[in-house]
Design a protein around this ligand. Sequence first.
Ligand code: F6R
Length: 592
Amino acid sequence: MCGIFGYIGERKNAGSIVIRGLKNLEYRGYDSWGIAMRLLDGSMRMAKDIGKIGAVDDKDFAQPCSLAIAHSRWATHGGVTRDNAHPHFSCDGRIAVVHNGIIENFEELRSELESKGHTFASQTDTEIIPHLVEELLKQKGMTLAEAVRSACKRFMGRFAILVLDRQLMSLVAARTGSPLIVGVGDGECFIASDIPAFLEYTRTVEYLDDGEMVTVEGGKIRFQNIQTGEEREKRLVTIDWTVADTGKGEYEHYMLKEIMDQKETIQRAVHQDDEHILQVAKSIETCLGCILSACGTAGKVCMAADYFFSVVAKRHVNFVTASEFPIYHHFLKPESLIIVVSQSGETADVLEAMKVAKQSGSKVLAIVNTEGSSIARAADYTLLINAGPERAVASTKAATGQMAVLLLIAHAVAGKLNAGRTLLLETGGLINDMLNPRYIEHIEGIAKKICKHDNMYIIGKGWNYPMALESAIKIQEVSYIHAEGFAAGELKHGPIALIEEGTPCVALLGNDEFTSDILSNIMELKARGALIIAVSPVRHTAFDLWIKVPDAASAQPIVNIIPIQILAYLLAVLRGKDPDMPRNLAKSVTVK
Ligand code: F6R
């Protein structure tokens, strides 16, 4: 949530650099934007507005400047107004701050600062930061870095901040909870919430750990612990994402591009070190209780994994939504294994779940897409899904990559690692064949028939049940149609009352032992007038509309969700919505 990006270095177009880079972080928040530039003549230029950073022209910020910070907002405290957009400034206009996260004790700090004569221009929690730094700088001999460090020690909550002082050619950043990554170039430094902001300039990074700050001045980068001030050594890491990976390619939207990327990402997901997978499988077999935890789509993936472990490996694992996980702390032991799943690796509720697990001494395995992310670094073991950057807010290729890794692990637990890999590689090939223009046109025809409806329902049984829930998330979030997913057998216990003549109902089927049950449920829906759209390897007369999928055995949920991703995308486009940036959402949910 919220994208922040700062530049300091020898280039003279820092303003354009941060605006352009921030556009690559727009998936983090897009209700307003802002920039502060320290111009080469020592003056400060500020601009902010409501609306998307994507609509801002970076050429408007081409004045000679070598130090700038910028922000793209997802509102938490204070409505979406120009005044609440970042950066925020000290009373004297010398200090500018951009912030991602929430300062929980801001009211108390604001009253304290107001009593000292500070006046505030916004309703945000963020604005206390420049005022507090300004106040601390009044102390004799206080440097900017020391003032930021002292200020951070007073904050409660989660934050990642960038601080610019009009009087200095230095950039100070600090984090607790929210992500910050330092991109290191030749005589220049980039500090951002996420790597795509600076990928155009460097692939060399240093990760700022929780509770650390960094000061860039005179060509030197100095890392410190916020509490103790102790200096920290960092390792330079080269990341393997490329600029091409972060683009839209030939597609109009990132969401469609990322759906099409699934031609390759299943194969990439199973590209794992055998030893590592076998070790993970052993931990699952020997632990005393294995719990899967995640949020949103990643949570639905975990629910599918429950079925993978149960059916393929005959092993019971539980899923607990990450935001509910702390309630289960009584059941955690040092011998427990917690598997967390996250695309971004930054989801606050997942990090909180990991903290609770660690407090009980339990071990944590993280399955993530973003190398070096907070979740990856806080885990005891990490597996990467290798999907490449996912920029559309709606998760598609990451979800199927996560399922592929979990299905591979389930096979490893069953002593069938090679069979699992073969199945998944074959499934990748089937998906490649499936994702052709005719297939998409067929789904478009169906989307056109149902795009004016306000409600739709999705049913599934077995591992297609979590996919019914995931289908509902996909359709809701990008098309704003009210969609709900159910276990097919639950229909008659209430939801069937919602069915009217023509209500679109999607049924997810495999070629498996559940087919006859779900066909009965389809008949029950049909008898009440529902329009049945079936995603199934086999055709049945009960279907009004059929989306054919390959028969993929235990990989069926991976295959079945793909046409629904396409349907959700097309429904959004037909309804005139932006599928990449749905209202009220942000890709990386770094607040609780
Ligand atoms: C929906 C979606 C979200 C995420 C959720 C967790 O399409 O993308 O529900 O799955 O916010 O995010 P990660 O996987 O980054 O932890």
